[in-house]
Ligand binder design. Sequence first.
Ligand code: GLU
Length: 423
Amino acid sequence: MKGEITSKEMPMSVFANVVKQVDHAASLLGIDPMLVEIIKMPRRSVIVKLPIQMDDGSFRVFTGYRVQHSIVRGPAKGGLRFHPDVTLDEVQALASWMTWKCAVVNIPFGGGKGGITVDPKTLSKHELEHLTRRYVADLLDVIGPESDVPAPDVNTNEQTMAWIMDTYSMHVRHTESAVVTGKPLIMGGSLGRREATGRGVMLTVREACKRLGMNLKGATAGIVGFGNVGSVAADLLQKEGVKIIAVTDVMGGVLNRKGLDIPGLIKYVAETGSVVGFAGTTPISNEEVVALDVDVLIPAALENLITAANADKVRAKIVAEGANGPTTPDADEILTRKGIFIIPDILCNAGGVTVSYFEWVQNRVGYSWTEDEVNGRLELVMVSAFADTYRVAQEYKVNMRVAAFMLAIRRVVDVILLRGVYA
Ligand code: GLU
C-alpha cells in the first residue's frame, strides 16, 4: 500500500527497538547492568534450512527460525509467523516481547517466537503442510510442552497448529496436545482462544476509557489490520457501543464516518478476501487511518506502523496496540508528549497468550473449560494486569509502555535473583 513501510526498508532493527525499551525501563528500576545484559539477549536462536518438494516436483529451500528469548519463568511461549519479511532480527524482537508480555499478565511462561520467510499465498495447502512438518521435524529437540510451545501468529492458523501437533506426536510416539496452542477445538483447542487477542484488546480499551473518564459507548475507532486480532476487536468493541469508522488490510481500506457494519464486513471479507469495496464505504490508506480524528486508534497489523515520520499526525486519545511493536521508540516519545494514552502491545494483545496458557493447562489436566469460564478468567487476568501497569505508571510518572516493561522486568529479575545465576 502507498506510504507503507515494509520491514525490508525499515530504518532500524526491530530488535534494537525492544532493547531500547528494556534498557530504559531497567534503568528506571535501577537493575544491575549485569542482570540487564542477561535479560536483554535471547538465550537461544535456531536457524533451520527447510528444503521442500513443491507440487510440480521441483525443490525450494526456505529459512525458518525459532528463538527462545527467556525460560526463566517457564517454557518459552510464542507464535509462529509465515511472512516474506521474516528475519532473525524480527523473530528475536518478537520473542523478547513475548517474555515481557507473559510477565505482564503474570502467567508462568518465558518468551519465544518462530518464523519462516515465506509468502504463504504463493504455496498450495499441500506445500504449506510439508513446510510446517519439516520445520517441526527439524526443531524436535527445541520445542516441547515443557520447553517451548508455539501458537498461531501472522498467517498461521488452527490448521498449522494441527500439523505441528501431529508431526511432534508422530516423532515422540504419543499424542502430545500441549506442545502447541491455538489448535482446533476437537483436538484439544480451547474455547475462546481464537477470539482471545481481540477480546483482550476490547477489555484493555474499556479499562483505559474508565481511567480517562471517557465513555466507551459512542467513542469512535480506526483499525489498521483486519486479521484475527483486528476483526475480533472491531466486533467486540462495536458490541460495547464503539463506532468503528475505518478499517484497513493488506489490500486497502474502507471508511464510513457513520460507522461500519462489522459483522457484515467480516462476512464480506470471508467471501472476497479483503475489506476493499465494501458497500457504503470510501477507500482509505493506512497512513490516513493513523491520522484519523478518532478516539481510539488500533494498530493490529505488523511492526513499525507509527514512526517518527507520522506520530505527530496521530489525533486519537488512545492508541491500543493489537499488533506487536507497531510503535517505534521515537514515535512513542512523540505520542507521550502529545498526551496520548498508549496501551502497549505487551499488555493490549496479551489476551491471546493468556488463553494459550489456559489451553496448555486444560491439555495437561485433560479437562476442558466452558467458554464462559475461559472468558471470565481472561477478563480477571486482563483487568488486573491493566491495574498493575496503571499503578506503576502513576507511581513512577511514566507512560503505560514504560510501566508495563518495568512491571515485567521486575517479575523476571526477581525470579532470576531467587534462582541464582548458574555461572
Ligand atoms: N502470537 C500471539 C502473540 O504474539 C500469541 C502467542 C501465544 O499464544 O503463544 O501474542
